[in-house]
Structure formats: C-alpha cells, structure tokens
Write a protein that binds this ligand. Sequence first.
Ligand code: SAH
Ligand code: SF4
Ligand code: F3S
Length: 475
Amino acid sequence: MLDKDLQPSLEVAEQSKYIAQMRADNELYFTEQGVRRRAFVLTFGCQQNEADSEKIAGMAVEMGYDITDTPEDADLIMVNTCAIREHAEQKALSIVGQYKHLKAKKPSLVIGMCGCMVVQEHRKDDIKFRYPYVDFIFGTSSLYRFPELLCKKLAKGKRLYEIEEKLYPVSEGLPVRRASDYRAWVSIMYGCNNFCSYCIVPYVRGRERSRKPAYIVDEVSQLVREGYRDITLLGQNVNSYGKDLEDGYDFADLLAELDRIPGEYRLRFMTSHPKDASRKLIDVMASSEHIAHQFHLPMQSGSDEILKRMNRRYDTAKYGEIVRYMREKMPDVTVTSDIIVGFPGESEDDFAGTLHMLETVRFDMLYSFIYSPRKGTPAASMEDQIPKAVQSERFSRLLKLQEQIGLEKNQAYVGKTLTVLCDGVSKGNAALYSGRTEGNKIAFFEGLPEDVGKFVEVTIERADPYAFYGKKKEN
Ligand code: SAH
Ligand code: SF4
Ligand code: F3S
C-alpha cells in the first residue's frame, strides 16, 4: 500500500480489471472444488530477480492463488530466469524440461517464464519451439502485465510471447509478497547503462530508470514500521541512481534521507560500480546511524589491461584508492568483491595482477566466476578466448588464496561481540541458529525460537573462511 499522496502508476492501475477477472475465476474454482488454486514461483539469478519474484507472488495472491513451495501441487508455475552465465540458463531450461511431466499429469497446469533469459531472441525461439508446454513468457520490463497475460492466455488458450520492444516506465504500486518478515529488498532503479563488455544485463534489462525518491522513502518507512530489520536497496549500479531524474538528487542524497527514518534497522545496498563510488557516498555511510558498514565493490580483475577490455572505466589504482578512503572513514567496514577469471586475452601476468590485488586489498569475501561468453556481447567475439582447463586452474588458485585471506580476516574477530540478525535454525546444522552480522557475514550460535528476526549479541569463539561460530550473550 502506498502513502495516500503517492499514486500507483497508471499502467499498474489498469491491471486491476484483469486481477479482478482472475480472482473471480479462482473463487469459482474454490467454490466448486473446495481447494484454492496454487501458484509456485521459482527464481534464478540475483537479488533483483528475487525482488521481482516477490512482486509476481504478490500479484498471484491478489489474483486469488495460494502460494506453494511444491511444483507438483501447483496450478500455475512461474519461472523467473537469469542470463548472466551459461550455467544459469541451462539450469532453468533443464528444470522447465522436467515440468513437461507435471503438465502431462495435470493438463490444466499453466506454465509461464519471465526474467532476463527469455528476453533474448534466441532463447525466446528455443522456448517457443522446444518447450511447447510453456504457455506464456514476458520480459523484465513488462512484469506488471503478468495478470493481463495470464488472463489472456486462459481466455484464448493460445501461447503468448510478450517481449517488449519499448521499455515500459518504472511501475509503482505493485503488490509484494515478501519472502521474509524482517529482511526486505527494495529496488531503487532498474536497468544498466554500463555495457561492460562481458555482460548481458544492459541488453536484457534495458537502460537505467530510477524510481522517484518519495516512493522509495515511503516503502522503506513502511517496512521499518512493519518491523523489517535488514533492508537492501537494489540496482545494477546504485551509484548511478538519480542521473535520469534531472534534479541533481543522487544516491548519497537518497541514503542520507533514508537514514533519517527512525527505528531499529540496517540499511544495505548493492551493487556499487567503482567508476562512480564517490567520497560523498562514503562520507554519508560513515556518519550514518543505520547504513551497514559493508561495501560490495566488484573489481572483476586486477589487471589494468583487462579492465580496459572489460570496459570497466577505472583502473586498479583508482580501485585501491576507494578502498583506502573507505577504510580510513570506517575502520570496521567489510569489503567484498566480484572477480571474473579467464576473461578473453587474460595472460598469466594479468592473472598474477588479480592475485596481487587480492593480497593487497584483502577482501573479506569474494564471489568469483569463470568467464562465460554471452551471445551478442563484445567479449564473446574477442580473440584469445581462454581454454577451460586454464580457466579452472586459475580459478582454483584464486579460491585457495582467498580462502587463506578470508580465514585470517575472520579470525581477527575472535573474542569480539557482534550484533547478529537471527535468521533461524541453520540449514546445515539443526543444533545451531544462524544470522548475519553488520558486515553480512554468517554467524552460527545456540539460539532460541524467539530470537528469529531479532538482533542478538554473539561473542565470536571460532572462525573459518566463510563463517563465525560463537556464543549468544544473555541479556
Ligand atoms: N551490476 C553489478 C554486477 C551484476 S552481475 C556490477 O557491475 O558489479 C554479477 C557479477 O556476475 C558481476 O559482477 C560479474 O563478476 C559476473 N558476471 C557478469 N557477466 C559475466 C560473464 N559473462 N561471465 C562470468 N561472470 C559474469
Ligand atoms: Fe553488467 Fe557492468 Fe552493468 Fe554490472 S555494471 S550489470 S557488470 S554491464
Ligand atoms: Fe541474472 Fe538478470 Fe540478475 S541476468 S544476475 S537475473 S539482472
């Protein structure tokens, strides 16, 4: 629900007739069958997709569906896809392949696909010809049209392929069904203008579009009022926030405004591009009350030559300088990064540059990826693609070095007491609870059911490269 002065976008309001139609149909089904129709939403990819899926689930609930975790029980399956690497695409296609059997058992099952993968022409064709049991697909910027497409599909019985040619405006006022009661995603902008030479995102998510600050402030205020404790602002490059709003209001201004919302909560953001991570932004973080001292700043490579070929528009000196300033202003800051290994033309020297940067910057954590050629991006047609065996060997060396650094970094916390937002019983070890520190690291401890969703104090007793183990302080 929006503040009364903020209106939903016109195109969202226009969907209400389809929502009403679907709800009536689903109510009729409930009256006749005694059970509600159920929807299952499967998500691949980044937090942006997680956030979109929460809107898909929100719309499904408005249309009268119950949400289920089991595809076998579903009357509607939505698969929200990712295109960032080949593996993500293959996984989605393989799972959708398995749904063929579900449809054979229950012919009334409706299967839809959306997200970054299906926007690509060749994938759209793949689905059209090789996955005839997929009923409808829509692209990333027509998300809000989900009720309309579902309704039309059911009315006409024909398959529907709605991949936008034009970019629809930013939609406000979509219902959201959040996966958690205390952790929330808030998209502040959509799309990307950077065209890093390896990356598919600008092609599948379109140009940068920022939400108006008032809508974001309203959403975050409401989340805080509802008891959300950990709120992450999302965008492919949050530092570009506001550039399309034309009044000079930037990301640092937005953070400063959000930080003034009173309450007990943490604010995070991702992702920041080093080319425009400003001192102003770091100053706002350092003097804030709620912004977590955690910075995810993807470096991608430690070779200036490779950074140039990646079209990243910063060099290792500039990168090092940002991290230095960050640590000067926030000595407790946690710094994490993304690295791509085996980019076309990466020599042994270039790779040594990356290892060297790891040793000098000393990241708390790394998300490392083997380069995956994406059709239609400049890097995919560059010469000197690196053989798989070389990529894998470099990848293991990178992981090994980071493991050592991560261990040393984490061991330095032993004996300290950290504030941890408790997530519940650990998935891997039912005897322990787990939660996230301000730096977004995982901590395991002996907790209680009533700790879930609350901040607890944990004294760190032991650490490995990926997590802390500690004892909860009794109040
Ligand atoms: N907008 C964010 C990143 C989004 S994608 C940023 O610019 O930092 C998340 C990560 O996936 C990237 O940082 C990059 O490390 C990785 N990635 C993107 N394209 C890739 C590709 N073609 N192959 C391998 N990794 C890739
Ligand atoms: Fe991709 Fe670069 Fe945009 Fe990040 S900034 S989404 S890596 S093009
Ligand atoms: Fe994947 Fe799209 Fe996110 S390509 S990483 S889901 S923006």
